[in-house]
Structure formats: structure tokens, C-alpha cells
Design a protein around this ligand. Structure first.
Ligand SMILES: C[S@@+](CC[C@H](N)C(=O)[O-])C[C@H]1O[C@@H](n2cnc3c(N)ncnc32)[C@H](O)[C@@H]1O
Length: 281
């Protein structure tokens, strides 16, 4: 974890990525609602070449591989070996998808080799986002498209803030991230996103809000959501994973805090995202 407690490169290439890889099925169920507006905005066509940035376990890359078909190609890039191993394992033999372990900020993409840069929540963790997006743009053909999803503000995302506030009943508050720090909410401010994309050379930026509902139990009931939130997500960063007493306190607080949101076997909370699109100028 970085000093600011925000997940950066070391987190994702290590413990964070390992946790996500382990919890992939669960995370997929939770994030599934993001796919609908994102795939529509990406509008990938047969034969196109696509990059999925911060591809993780590959769900978007594999969905896009279906859309581009046998004449197309998808390149997933990520820094987590564990998540990439899951992505490769899930890739059907016929899919034109490959995965590379690299930092998108510096990776030498084939110049102007791609029609579309896409990402599901994989672009908010760059230490130097201007540099990362400028590097990503080198991969795009002239007029090529960018389409990604990211979170809006914490207030728009009770799926993250409700567990965090529950944990704060028993743990000290985490330091607030600075406005330029990487992290899950670092692309919440449209002015900042437009500045980053503009200075990286993108044009025609659009940001469309979508209000979704995340099931943070993935249909497994309250105890599943408590276990998941202890493992992944903002509340999991409030305590030392090697301290069983602290873990037990947070666990009890999460159970109490999430109970009001139980609906059958789901724990449903709001998720506010942006779908961002732009063009290579
Ligand atoms: C919130 S996860 C999203 C993963 C995946 N896109 C999904 O929707 O499940 C963020 C991803 O960005 C990746 N990531 C963070 N910084 C990166 C970088 N500089 N280059 C490539 N990938 C990066 C992480 O390893 C992680 O897989």
C-alpha cells in the first residue's frame, strides 16, 4: 500500500492483484452492471483492434474479443501477474485475445496499431495519468476511440462508503487522498479528467453519468458481503490484515452496517459511474 493508503502500482502488482484474482468470480458478479453502458459506448466492431487497459482478470477484454470476432484482436495489459493468469485461463481457444504484464504508462505499444482503447475501472490508479494516457494514445490510430468507466464521487458510491463508514465505527479514519493521488475515486472530477485527457492529446471528451446498483454479496447473503468487504475494497484498508483482533472488530461492524441493505440473498447498494469517451485528435 502506498503512503497515502491509495492502491498504486505496488499494491496491484502484489497483494491487491492477488486478492482480486482470488475473488474474481465474486467481483465479476458485482461489477457486471458496468458492462452494459461500457460495451455500448465502446461500440467495438468486427475486425477492430482493441486495447483493454488495466484488464485485470480479462472480463472486458474477452467481451470485446467476441465483438471484434476472428478478424479482430484484443490486447489486455495489466501489472498483476495473478489477475493475468486468471484472464489467460478464462480465454477460450478461439478468442483473439492476448494478455501482457506491463505498466500501461511506459509499455511500448505498436504505434497507431489499434482502433479502440477501452477499460473497465482500470485507469484511476496511474501515478502520472497524463503520461499514461499520452503513452496509451500512441497505440491509437488517428481518429481512434477511447471508452472507459470509472467511479464518480464517494458520495455517489454507497457500495464503498457504507462499508467504510461501518469500519470507521471501530477503526481510525484513513487519510484523505490528495486531489492528484491515484485511487478508486481519482477520476470523479470531470474537470480533472478533461484536463488529463486534453493534455494527453485526446479530443471530443464526453462523460455520461450512470447510476447502478451493486450486489456486494453477489447473491451469497450478508456473510458473503462481510467476507468480501474484509478482503477487497476501501473498508479492507482500514485495518492491519495481520491483526486478528482488529479484523474481528471490523467484521462485526460491517455485519451491523450492511444488514439494513440486505434484500433476500443480495446486499444492494448504489454505484455511480462515469462512462468516458474521447477521440485521438
Ligand atoms: C479496479 S481493477 C479493475 C480490473 C478490471 N479492469 C476489472 O474491471 O475487473 C484496476 C486494474 O488496473 C490495473 N492497473 C493499475 N495500474 C496499472 C498500470 N499502471 N498499468 C496497467 N495496469 C494497471 C490493476 O492491476 C488492476 O487490475
Amino acid at each position: 500500500m502506498s503512503e497515502s493508503q491509495q492502491p498504486g502500482l505496488a499494491y496491484w502488482s502484489g497483494e491487491g492483484g492477488d486478492n482480486w484474482a482470488r475473488q474474481n468470480e465474486f467481483t465479476e458478479a458485482m461489477l457486471a452492471p458496468v458492462m452494459v453502458p461500457l460495451i455500448a459506448a465502446a461500440s467495438a466492431k468486427p475486425g477492430e483492434r482493441v486495447v483493454d487497459t488495466g484488464c485485470g482478470c480479462g472480463a472486458l477484454a474477452l467481451a470485446l474479443a467476441k465483438a471484434v470476432g476472428p478478424q479482430g484482436r484484443v490486447l489486455g495489459i495489466d501489472v498483476s501477474p495473478a489477475m493475468l493468469a486468471v484472464a489467460r485461463h478464462l480465454t477460450p481457444p478461439e478468442a483473439r485475445a492476448e494478455f501482457v504484464e506491463a505498466d500501461a504508462t511506459t509499455y511500448a505499444f505498436p504505434r497507431a496499431g489499434f482502433d479502440l482503447l477501452a477499460s473497465r475501472h482500470g485507469v484511476m490508479f496511474f501515478a502520472d495519468p497524463e503520461r499514461a494516457f499520452a503513452n496509451l494514445r500512441t497505440a491509437l490510430k488517428p481518429g481512434g476511440r477511447l471508452a472507459f468507466s470509472c467511479f464518480r464521487t464517494p458520495r455517489d458510491n454507497p457500495w464503498a462508503t457504507a462499508p467504510l463508514e461501518a469500519a470507521y465505527q471501530v477503526m481510525p479514519r484513513l487519510p484523505k487522498p490528495g486531489p492528484e493521488d491515484p485511487g478508486p475515486f481519482s477520476f470523479a472530477d470531470p474537470t480533472r479528467v478533461e484536463r488529463i485527457l486534453g493534455s494527453a492529446g485526446f479530443a471530443a471528451v464526453t462523460m455520461t453519468p450512470h447510476d447502478l446498483s451493486f450486489d456486494i454479496a453477489a447473491g451469497g447473503g450478508l456473510e458473503t458481503s462481510v467476507g468480501y468487504m474484509l478482503d477487497i475494497g476501501p473498508a479492507s484498508r482500514t485495518f492491519d490484515k495481520g491483526d486478528p483482533a482488529a479484523r474481528a472488530k471490523v467484521e462485526a461492524a460491517l455485519r451491523a452496517g450492511l444488514k439494513p441493505h440486505v434484500k433476500g440473498k443480495s446486499v444492494l447498494l448504489g454505484a455511480g459511474i462515469w462512462i468516458v469517451t474521447a477521440r485521438n485528435s
